[in-house]
Design a protein around this ligand. Sequence first.
Ligand code: SGN
Ligand code: CA
Length: 541
Amino acid sequence: MNKLSWLIAVCVTCVVTTLVVSAADDKRPNIVFFFTDDHAPHAIGAYNGWLESVNPTPEIDKLAAEGMLFENSFCTNSICGPSRAVIMSGKHSHKNGFMNNGNSFDWDQQIFPKLLQKAGYTTAMYGKSHLKGNPQGFDSWAVLPGQGDYYNPKMKTPKGEIVVEGYCTDVVTDMAIDYVKNKRDKDKPFLLMCQHKAPHRTWMPAPRHLHLYDDIDIPEPATLFDKYEDNAPGARHQELEIDRHMYLQFDLFVDLTPDLVFDKSTRGPSQDRSAFFNMQRMTPEQLKVWRDAYGPKDKAFREANLQGEDLVRWKYQRYAKNYLRCVKGVDENLARMRATLEEEGLADNTVFVYSSDQGFYIGDHGWYDKRWMYEESLKMPLIVHWPGVTEPGSRNTDLVQNLDYAETFLEMAGADIPSDMQGKSLVPLLKGDTPDDWRESIYYHYYEYPSYHMVPRHNGIRTERYKLMNFYEFGDEWEFYDLEKDPDELTNLYNDPAYADTIADVKKQLEALRTHYDDDTVTGERDAEWKKQMRTPRTKM
Ligand code: SGN
Ligand code: CA
């Protein structure tokens, strides 16, 4: 061997040894982000909401018993695409550019998965992305196009579109499991984003769950028959009521007719057709299970000829059961995912995060869907199990947001947090130490109007105790709630003199937040006729 080839051989050996040693020494945790669509915290047992008695999520509850549950976890903009864009970028909607579902995400921007890749992580995303375009920052991915299908879903992959037979929550978890077992680069720590469509509208459960809860009544929320008397006009002009805007066929599958020629009169003014399309995707076997499950129930329903509040109650039961059946699919698959980590010997060094893109109304205020800054849709579940770090069964009450996730994952990986990200890492909180200067309020801004469900644009602030909301598009409408005294937000105190000083103070805080987050997007003055119409009080039909 001449001198040069000896030198090369020594160098190569050194490099290889260093790589092997660094892979073996890399103790940075893997991160599994198990994420769902529209799963409200009050539909998780561990959150102790009014649905707790149904025991909807034994597996998620187990995760909470082993890790930390965040009681005051909020989104910045309660809708799917925008929430996900905030998570990716660590920036509010007006900074990351994805303000409503109609926008397209600019994947060229700085997002935490790219930064994790740079820091030596391997990354993957499966399931619902809802950010349009081909994902960047992932070594492996397969995503549902748009909202995705519940049955036998189409999936977009780097190699083209595929169709996978099965139920979406199972299919997506299968892919995530396959990644952990066979696909990932085993020399690197990994980030795995396993993102489900369930329990999004139109709440289609797996065949194995169609009879779950058949023999019980789901408790009703206290506000099922809210009349929105105290609210700003927007609450009387929305289109998300179980009573008026939830459709027997489209949403509740009464008289299953997948071969139906789509008839506009069977749906509301701003609905799409995903239930019909999903049903048309079913195999004959799947469809038979559905007809067998719903047929007898539909017959009983037709015979009962329910009207008024009885009909609302029936619709609520059908809806809540289907929603919770979808949640069951999520819960079971979370257990499968965790079992895989155990089997692969990875569980002890993997941070497991459960979250969903926003909360949801499960009959609360008579509604379904989200969008509003009221508690049920502002809150998002957040449960983190970080072995050896999070105190088992701990519950954190600090104000946290999806704005903080990117920063948190970066700190877990020992990577730098870019200064233009707007959230704060939750790592100190996960270790049980809340910094003295932790935030005392959160900022919210919703933009998608006019659109599905007709929830007007609004922004606002929530402190530990108070909430102030501004519906700025039609004049200057405000709502103010004292959450300690009125957790259901039924009494708007905006004009109550007893609260005048507090309101003035919270308003100043809201202005300070707008400045802090550099949000100058309060726009959208409408024409006079429109304003007049929105000001006309509309009672429930
Ligand atoms: C669909 C739903 C709406 C829902 C939006 C946004 N209709 O349009 O009910 O508000 O998505 O949801 S459906 O007929 O498709 O069910 S989001 O979670 O993607 O933001
Ligand atoms: Ca959603």
